[in-house]
Design a protein around this ligand. Structure first.
Ligand SMILES: Nc1ncnc2c1ncn2[C@@H]1O[C@H](COP(=O)(O)OP(=O)(O)OP(=O)(O)O)[C@@H](O)[C@H]1O
Ligand SMILES: [Mg+2]
Length: 341
């Protein structure tokens, strides 16, 4: 159907006073406008329609348990924005990082635990953190650790998901999530923060992109002292300077060095059921493990443990012996896969 046909339908149902058919035709026109990339036009129509429905609902009693079609749409958009609402059991012991990183995080926790005292002294509390660095080095994990240590709930927002789909409602929905998180004293975790920079590359509405960046700047600037925002990116260079400046802490979570690889092995083998087939494991695997992320190293070690278990001779003394050569092979595979990606 063309736009003219939609408008003809609208006029017909409007004059016939058929509200249901009118709304449904309008909804079709909105979809059509979105498909034909007339984003602003679609947004304006959508907001007119929603306002009308809201006014209608406010006039009569609310129908509990049977939300109208349009309020369902609104909720769905919010749900797309929030990937999860989580609580976390992670603590500092789960995170391996350099001394300086751990120290910054520990001070951050201390500040929040003593925020009343600091506020009384008119000292502001840091509440905006950006984690950056290569994939699989603990950005998400560190956010979970902060939530776990502070015993706060966390809204996980994936900007990547929003930016590639419904740009239109994003500003409004972000404001909504921020409001909700403040009321509930939760942390807001914005993953793939670099997507904001990427919007420029998409065939999208530039005005809308600017609006989202401005919304975020405003939300950051007026953030309540008790609220916490954590953002994560593995492409810090994509992020606008105005946005970068807003963060109190910018913490790099980097690839593990030799000492950290050793700590990771101990963490994975913590329960003591596994031993290696040789003493100096590190010197054997280091060449292959160098330059790989915590995640890749962990994944290949767990793979090696499982393969070693399947080896039938491997159940003496209730202890499983990990074959270092298998691990080395899996590390090599991991490196090759990374090169391909
Ligand atoms: N610093 C670390 N200390 C201990 N374990 C880690 C660390 N970094 C990563 N891991 C392990 O790897 C998994 C994946 O890491 P995480 O999801 O935090 O990476 P990320 O930096 O957020 O990566 P991405 O950029 O791909 O989102 C973690 O759940 C954990 O098991
Ligand atoms: Mg992550």
């Amino acid at each position: 159907m063309t736009q003219i046909n939609y408008i003809k339908e609208l006029v017909k149902y409007g004059l016939e006073n058929d509200q249901e058919k009118f709304k449904s035709a309008l909804n079709e026109l909105i979809e059509y406008a979105k498909q034909t990339k007339k984003t602003n036009y679609a947004l304006q129509l959508q907001s007119i329609l929603k306002d009308a429905i809201r006014n209608e609902q406010n006039r009569g009693p609310k129908l509990v348990g049977s939300p109208s079609y349009f309020t369902r749409i609104e909720d769905r958009e919010l749900n797309e924005l929030i990937l999860e609402k989580i609580t976390s059991e992670y603590k500092f012991k789960n995170l391996i990082a350099g001394k300086d990183v751990l120290e910054q995080l520990e001070y951050f926790i201390k500040e929040h635990k003593s925020k009343d005292m600091l506020n009384n002294l008119r000292l502001s509390v840091s509440n905006k953190i950006l984690f950056y660095g290569p994939s699989g080095c603990g950005k998400t994990l560190a956010s979970y650790v902060l939530a776990g240590e502070l015993e706060k709930m966390m809204y996980v927002i994936n900007l990547g998901a929003i930016v590639s789909s419904k740009l239109g409602e994003t500003s409004k929905n972000l404001a909504k999530v921020f409001r909700q998180a403040t009321v509930e004293d939760s942390i807001i975790f914005i993953d793939e923060f670099d997507s904001l920079g990427k919007i420029r590359d998409y065939d999208q509405d530039h005005g809308e992109m600017k609006r989202i960046v401005n919304t975020i700047l405003q939300l950051f600037d007026y953030l309540h002292q008790n609220s916490i925002i954590i953002a994560a990116t593995n492409q810090i260079e994509m992020i606008d300077n105005a946005l970068l400046r807003r963060f109190d802490l910018k913490i790099k979570l980097d690839l593990p060095n030799q000492k950290q690889i050793k700590e990771l092995i101990s963490l994975i083998l913590m329960n003591g059921q596994f031993t290696f087939d040789r003493k100096n494991v590190l010197s054997t695997i280091l060449k292959e493990a160098k330059g790989l992320s915590y995640y890749s190293i962990q994944k290949s070690l767990i793979g090696a443990i499982k393969r070693s278990i399947f080896d039938t001779n491997n159940n003496e003394n209730n202890s499983i012996i990990i074959k270092t050569s298998i691990w080395k092979e899996l590390l090599k595979l991991e490196r090759e896969q990374i090169k391909l990606s």
